[in-house]
Design a binder for this molecule. Structure first.
Ligand SMILES: *[C@@H]1O[C@H](CO)[C@@H](O)[C@H](O)[C@H]1NC(C)=O
Ligand SMILES: *[C@@H]1O[C@H](CO)[C@@H](O)[C@H](O)[C@H]1NC(C)=O
Ligand SMILES: *[C@@H]1O[C@H](CO)[C@@H](O)[C@H](O)[C@H]1NC(C)=O
Length: 378
């Protein structure tokens, strides 16, 4: 495996596009907790690609290294999402994506056929002459699609009657750890936000045999926490020094290291994070510009010209506790791990996340979430 934690579906992996994307978000949010979903951002842009023509199409294709064949691109995502749904029964991953188009434009009917099949998403007409009721419509849809978790994704001031089209994306995840943290051992402990700032956090404790490594090249330790009955896991990368996160994140994508199973004594703070990111500026920064201009060619989405994407808002929610993600009523789950004989010969690794760290939730193909925690909140 070339990349330790950056493996994405599109061939844009080679271009480094999504690595740069994360690097920009990470530096813009250096002082804040961050959660972002690369797969959703990729799906959003692929959907826009379906609608794009002319120069807009060429630019997306060049920057994101998409195939020229749109059917091929759509099929990729369709099989990814179908496979995920078939494979994963124990985790819940709600991915809600919608393009809202001002009612003064006419939607191309074929667009939704492709969007629904390939991306489980759609385009929807919306009246924008009253931004208050328009934002209420969008927010109530998001609330429904995230089972009441994400309440608000746009506010009236985000919308005005001249907005031609905007994209919203909410993602919500719920899973349970394969190895649960011992709830009775969670205790208040110090977390070093920086060299001279300490806050109290709820520190969880676990001792288990985990895929892990201590990597000199990046001056950090890595562990992998698997989700129960799932191919997904959460990888946590902890810099050795309190203020090592920034340097670590600059190297995203350039790590090449094998993880090994060994006993790890983990201390990890409980945290909850809900983040809203405006992604348009980041896309523009990396060379995707035409689709945001009045000259955009979105002839696969609307019949008239003059429509452009004005906003891309992504909101993600994640909660990490002793059981895993969101609280769940599931019962009878295995939590006791056996110490294997092999592991006893090696000294356990101490993994104490008492300062800012980087995390990613992924399987072997896709990154669902990535971000960092600089100030755990519960
Ligand atoms: C595009 O890809 C689809 C699906 O693989 C294929 O059936 C079709 O022939 C391709 N079209 C062109 C023009 O290559
Ligand atoms: C979401 O909307 C669907 C259809 O409109 C409805 O059946 C369902 O009960 C709603 N779910 C929630 C959690 O509001
Ligand atoms: C684990 O997931 C599989 C399908 O992915 C399912 O058939 C099985 O019942 C699940 N196990 C438990 C204990 O729920």
């Amino acid at each position: 495996m070339k990349y330790l934690y950056l493996l994405l579906l599109a061939s844009s992996v080679e271009s480094g596009f999504w690595e740069d994307f994360y690097r920009i978000l990470a530096s813009e949010n250096a002082k804040k907790n961050l959660i972002y979903s690369p797969i959703s951002a990729e799906i959003i842009m692929s959907m826009v690609y379906m609608a794009a023509g002319g120069k807009t199409f060429e630019e997306l294709r060049n920057v994101l290294k998409f195939s020229e064949n749109k059917t091929l691109v759509a099929n990729n995502y369709r099989s990814l999402l179908n496979d995920l749904k078939r494979r994963e029964k124990a985790i819940i991953l709600h991915l809600a994506i919608r393009i809202y188009v001002n009612k003064k434009y006419c939607l191309v009917p074929e667009f939704n056929e492709v969007a629904r099949k390939a991306f489980k998403a759609k385009a929807k007409s919306i009246r924008l002459d009253d931004p208050v009721s328009a934002s209420a419509i969008v927010n109530s849809w998001i609330l429904n699609r995230t089972r009441g978790i994400i309440r608000k994704i746009v506010s009236p001031k985000d919308l005005d009657p001249d907005t031609s089209a905007f994209l919203v994306n909410a993602i919500y995840f719920k899973g349970q750890w394969l190895y649960k943290f011992q709830a009775d051992q969670t205790h208040v402990a110090d977390f070093h936000v920086s060299a001279n700032e300490i806050i109290p956090v709820k520190m969880m404790t676990l001792s288990a045999s985990l895929l892990s490594a201590d990597i000199d090249d990046i001056d950090a330790k890595v562990i992998e926490l698997p989700y129960w009955n799932s191919t997904l896991s959460m990888r946590i990368i902890l810099p050795n020094s309190v203020d090592g996160l920034r340097k670590l994140e600059e190297k995203v994508g350039f790590i090449d290291h094998q993880l090994e199973k060994k006993t790890v004594n983990v201390k990890l703070p409980k945290f909850k994070i809900e983040c809203s990111a405006q992604l348009k500026g980041t896309f523009e920064n990396l060379g995707i510009r035409d689709v945001f201009k009045p000259s955009a060619d979105l002839n696969g989405l609307v019949l008239e010209s003059g429509a452009k994407i004005e906003k891309i808002v992504q909101k993600a929610f994640l909660k990490i506790d002793e059981k895993g993600g969101e609280a769940s009523a599931a019962t009878g789950i295995l939590t006791r791990r056996k110490k294997s004989i092999d592991n006893l010969r090696l000294p356990p690794m101490e993994f104490i996340a008492d300062h800012p760290f980087f995390y990613v939730i992924h399987d072997n193909k896709v990154i669902y979430f990535q971000g960092h925690i600089v100030q755990p909140q519960w």
